[in-house]
Design a protein around this ligand. Structure first.
Ligand code: FAD
Ligand code: NAG
Ligand code: NAG
Ligand code: NAG
Ligand code: NAG
Length: 544
């Protein structure tokens, strides 16, 4: 009894000390966000002359701060309490608000993270390793479709689903080549390239842009003419966030037939999936441009030999034409697929968008208008990586890859065939360099439900191990990657002295020979490196 007294006293003291430290550090954090809020708001009010401007600024103490932050988190991996939060979230309602936000953020010297749809695979539009604010674009989502001139004005905060739906409202024979997932944001997607099921016929989103608006580091609102061809080139694939805040793109609509065809065919190893993949590599990148056949590969439990695992290969396709025609073409070119007319679904292009995103959506009564659903605040845990394949992988090597995937257990691949229009455009026409000479792109894909750190480490490791295993089969010098499949494993810019050297590592992988031009443009338009993130384009090192 007597012995425990000094002990409990000591315990009491240290507990008090601990609590005091906790209190004062949270007070310090609160003071920091409060004083930033005051200074920032003062600057915004002066700049905009708008007395109600406080409606667009959320500090950490605002009741809706967490909701606003979480609404456009699209990877639950970055939705934990331990992740550092922005000091403020600014939600501009008009272009002039964006201009003032840039000016004021520069004045108070704080990093801006720009978020449109929030689909970045590493969350870098809403997390950071230094103090920051989020410039959240979701209110800037105007879409004006002009069928007569076959163009549309689309703001950065619009989603792809909204773009597709607004086009389809006005025409059944127009579309736009962009991503498959309707909740992806225009701002990140288009500035990073943007591909979808029409890439072999019409190229990338960036191959179909005729104008853009951007707010530069000086807070100026520029269009194609006033920003000049260099900057206009950079924001069509170089990633927007290095150069300014993209407000809008003006896109060229493309022609789609009244009726298109979709199908899915699956085969496991027991059904000779390997032969299917061998033939897919020959056919998918070379066949008729109207055919896009994505190939999904996943480890599965075998139904043939109980207790063992197999690989399931699924060919998921869009054909810009009728079923009879695609059955005929692929019957000749791709006999291993064994496509029959009964496997095909004929539908409108806008319904094919619903189907391609979720094959059950039409059966479940979903309508094109559901493409307007933003499904805010929902996402699982996931990791993606990318690679490019330039030489078909042999049957033996594929078998080795299957073995590795089965051993790892969960991670799968999506192979996206290239060729066609994407390959006809020169590699330096836009910053996106992965054109002629690439057979297909690999997406490494793993999703999981268990949020424990242990599980996360395990799944992230599967991605790393498989990526390393694939080294002999993919592009080299540089080993290429797609910026929209953001992957911080390939290198980050820690904002240190060697930012150019650090930036060159991932920059060369994402942009190959276009990296140098991006660096020159970056240095010219933002010499102070205000618009920066973990993988932004660095400025040229100063000559000694
Ligand atoms: C479920 C899912 C499906 C996908 N499917 C496809 C697909 O089919 N095809 C494809 O090509 N990609 C696809 N992607 C990848 C997607 O294109 C990229 O993640 C893209 O960058 C997302 O854009 P966002 O505006 O939603 O993302 P955000 O996270 O908001 O932004 C991504 C990056 O762009 C910057 N940025 C955002 N808005 C602006 C702006 N207005 N001005 C300047 N910089 C800005 C951000 O700061 C960040 O660096 C998919 C991603 C997910 C999660
Ligand atoms: C983020 O976490 C909150 C609970 O803290 C939850 O309500 C929300 O659905 C989560 N969102 C995502 C995208 O994980
Ligand atoms: C797979 O290929 C083998 C050898 O060519 C053949 O005998 C077998 O019938 C094929 N199996 C299927 C399901 O097509
Ligand atoms: C952590 O993960 C490993 C393998 O992924 C597993 O063997 C181990 O049991 C896990 N530990 C906990 C505490 O969950
Ligand atoms: C956007 C918003 O709701 N901002 C509020 C944050 O909190 C301050 C102080 O209570 C309000 O004045 C703002 O309007």
């Amino acid at each position: 009894m007597t012995k425990s007294k000094p002990f409990s006293l000591l315990f009491f003291f240290s507990l008090t000390l601990f609590l005091l430290t906790l209190l004062s550090s949270s007070l310090a954090a609160r003071t920091k966000t409060d004083s930033l809020y005051t200074t920032f708001l003062h600057c915004l009010t002066q700049n905009t002359k708008d007395p109600s401007i406080s409606n667009i600024v959320f500090s950490q103490t605002n009741l809706s701060f967490s909701t606003v932050l979480q609404n456009y988190i699209r990877n639950a991996r970055f939705n934990t309490t331990s992740i550092t939060k922005p000091l403020l979230i600014v939600t501009p309602k008009q272009p002039s608000h964006v201009q003032s936000t840039v000016i004021c953020a520069k004045q108070v010297n704080i990093q801006i993270k720009i978020r449109s749809g929030g689909h970045d695979y590493e969350g870098i539009s809403y997390i950071s390793n230094q103090p920051f604010i989020i410039l959240d674009m979701f209110n800037l989502r105007t879409i004006n479709v002009d069928i007569k001139n076959e163009v549309a004005y689309i703001q950065a905060g619009a989603t792809l689903g909204e773009v597709y739906y607004r086009i389809s409202e006005k025409s059944k024979v127009h579309g736009f080549p962009a991503g498959v997932c309707p909740t992806v944001g225009v701002g990140g997607h288009v500035s990073g390239g943007g591909y979808g099921a029409m890439l072999r016929k019409y190229g990338l989103s960036v191959d179909n842009i005729i104008d853009a608006e951007i707010v530069d580091v000086k807070g100026r609102l520029l269009n194609r003419k006033s920003m000049g061809e260099d900057l206009f080139w950079a924001i069509r694939g170089g990633g927007g966030a290095s150069f300014g805040v993209v407000l809008s793109y003006t896109i060229k609509l493309v022609a789609v037939p009244k009726t298109v065809t979709v199908f899915r065919i699956e085969k496991t190893l027991e059904q000779n999936a390997t032969d299917l993949v061998v033939q897919w590599q020959q056919v998918a990148p070379t066949t008729d441009n109207r055919i896009f056949m994505r190939l999904l590969l996943q480890p599965k439990s075998s139904t043939v030999v109980k207790g063992t695992k197999t690989i399931r290969a699924s060919v998921v396709a869009l054909f810009l034409g009728r079923a009879d025609e695609v059955v005929k073409i692929l019957g000749k070119e791709f006999p291993r697929l064994g496509l029959k007319k009964k496997d095909c679904i004929e539908l409108s292009w806008i319904n094919s968008v619903l189907w391609y995103n979720d094959e059950l959506s039409l059966k479940n009564g979903k309508k094109p208008v559901n493409l307007l659903d933003r499904n805010v605040n929902s996402a699982g845990l996931g990791k993606r990586k990318s690679d490019y394949v330039q030489k078909a992988i042999s049957k033996d090597d594929l078998e080795g890859i299957w073995k590795k995937m089965i051993e790892l257990g969960k991670i799968g691949f999506v192979f996206n065939p290239y060729g066609g229009k994407i390959a006809e455009i020169p590699a330096d026409a836009t910053p996106f360099p992965h054109r002629a000479g690439n057979l297909f792109k690999i997406q490494y894909s793993v999703n999981w439900d268990d949020p424990s750190p242990n599980a996360t480490v395990g799944f992230l490791n599967q991605a790393k191990v498989l990526h390393s295993y694939m080294t002999p089969f993919v592009s080299k010098n540089p080993r290429s990657a797609y910026i929209n499949y953001r992957d911080l494993d390939i290198g980050i810019n820690s904002f240190g002295k060697n930012s150019y050297q650090e930036g060159k590592v991932y920059g060369t992988m994402y942009f190959n020979n276009n990296f140098d031009r991006l660096v020159k443009i970056k240095t010219a338009v933002d010499p102070g490196n205000f618009f920066r993130n973990e993988q932004s384009i660095p400025i040229l090192p100063r000559k000694a």
